[in-house]
Design a protein around this ligand. Structure first.
Ligand code: ADP
Ligand code: MG
Length: 447
């Protein structure tokens, strides 16, 4: 019997085959992913839903293991069949021995920036030039694709204008298929079970859509650009490592249309909009303190996992149906192609050492948390009103700090100021912030 307890909604992977289920039992194969519905009283059994078949039934806890985290490995590739700049002759060598449908994609040496799809067929290798026109890729000038991943996905399903359906990718030496690794670890979801609905947000890198996955409401971030999708694997890897009530939960990913990142649905949207649309008249100080505490607890957990957020701000906090605040977009700044270009950092949220020396740490997250506290207690105002980015940077150096928002409890303002200590070591930890906010909430309950 397993001593583990899995909460409803937990995704588990099956450890062996179970193909002849008794009545009310679930059938499954080794490596299938199921979603826990509920524990069955006292027996070490669970009722669960099969992620592929959608069937619901009973299974023993001993047949289950939890999903494992994905490591952010630079060898993990969404396009393991992409070999970069190699010649046609080299491509032919890579595709030996011949096998119908064995393929790779290379970058043309003669026409830099152009791609070539190389396919083994009838003992020969056929090279198809991929035409790039008006931001779209095409081989036959009819079927057009946003990116190489979509193109390959398509020709693995349909032969179309080429000699054969693509069957087997030839991975570049040393590259691992992200798709295989994600599937093995249990993080790959099934496109068939996803229904997409309205657009609920626009991210910097793609739309966020509402959806449903196996009866559960979800939010889906769609990253269309292949290079960005590859970079997002790192963020996704970070999300597979964490599980906390104050962090937006990753349900899994689907490799389609680039990359779908499927997350729990946060029905009340981001914290800035939440505060602005309701305002002082509706939201009490107690609720503001609770949001602040939620975020501090999520961040304390991230800090304990040695993860740095880098883009902590009220716009990246989402609110659930039950008014629980959760941190999202963690790890994003790291995969941001803007990277070290400090002119494009969220200046008004960034610690001085992050802006000046690109030094990010949990302590620079604490600085951003101080700004977030200010946003919360001013009901969603933009920080440093009326100051330009240049002015902010200069004035901070001279010791200037924002004033307390209207009606902000003095203890909370003192917390903000402690987060804005110039020396990172003098700023409180998220644990300390959590304790102080808990005390503050308790104090509010006592009076
Ligand atoms: P990016 O950081 O890439 O610009 P975000 O992840 O911040 O994009 O998402 C943009 C917007 O989409 C958010 O402000 C929010 O309104 C909405 N959104 C994002 N994720 C969710 C979610 N899990 N549930 C509900 N709404 C979401
Ligand atoms: Mg964001």
């Amino acid at each position: 019997m397993s001593g583990k307890h899995w909460a409803p909604g937990t995704q588990c992977v099956t450890k062996h085959d179970h193909t002849k289920p008794k009545a009310r039992e679930l059938a499954f194969h080794k490596g299938d992913v199921v979603t826990i519905v509920e524990a069955v009283e006292g027996k070490g059994w669970y009722r669960a839903k099969h992620n592929d078949t959608g069937e619901e039934g009973l299974l023993a806890a001993s047949a289950l293991r939890e999903r494992v985290a994905i490591r952010a490995d630079p060898k993990l590739s969404l396009m393991p069949w992409f070999h970069g700049k190699i010649s046609g002759v080299q491509a032919v060598q890579e595709l030996q021995p011949p096998e119908d449908g064995l393929f790779l994609v290379r970058e043309s040496i003669r026409h830099p920036g152009d791609y070539v799809l190389c396919v083994s067929f009838g003992k020969e290798v056929i090279h198809y030039r991929v035409i790039y026109e008006e931001h779209m890729l095409s081989i036959d000038n009819e079927q057009r694709f946003c990116n190489l991943m979509d193109m390959i996905e398509h020709y693995m399903k349909e032969q179309g204008a080429i000699c054969t359906k693509l069957v087997k990718p030839k991975p570049k030496t040393g590259m691992k298929s992200a798709e295989e690794e994600l599937a093995k670890a249990g993080w790959l979801l099934n496109l068939q079970h996803l229904t997409l609905g309205d657009r609920i947000g626009q991210g910097e890198f793609g739309d966020v859509l509402q959806g449903e996955y196996m009866g559960q409401k979800v939010a889906v971030k769609n990253i269309k650009c292949d290079v960005t999708a590859q970079a997002f694997l790192a963020e996704t890897a970070a999300m597979t490592k964490v599980r906390h009530k104050n962090l937006v939960r990753l349900l899994g990913v689907i490799l389609h249309n680039g990359l779908y990142i499927v997350m729990e649905f946060m029905s009340k949207g981001n914290l800035v909009n939440f505060l602005r649309t309701r305002g002082r008249a509706v939201i009490q100080t107690r609720q503001l303190l609770q949001f602040a505490l939620d975020v501090a607890q999520g961040m304390d957990y991230l800090e304990s996992k040695k993860l740095v957020h880098r883009d902590l701000a009220a716009r990246n906090i989402l609110i659930s149906e039950e008014n629980v605040a959760k941190v999202s977009d963690f790890g994003l700044a790291r995969v941001n192609p803007k990277g070290t270009d400090t002119t494009l950092l969220p200046v008004k949220w960034s610690a001085p050492e992050a802006l000046k020396h690109n030094k990010f740490s949990s302590k620079s997250d604490v600085w951003s948390y101080g700004i977030l506290l200010w946003e919360v207690f001013s009901y969603g105002r933009a920080p440093y009103p009326k100051l330009s980015l240049k002015e902010v940077t200069e004035m901070l150096e001279q010791g200037y700090r924002m004033e307390a928002p209207e009606d902000c409890p003095p203890t909370v303002y003192a917390l903000m100021k402690s987060c804005w200590e110039l020396e990172p070591g003098k700023r409180p930890s998220f644990k300390k912030l959590t304790e102080k906010l808990q005390k503050e909430l308790k104090h509010l309950g006592d009076i």
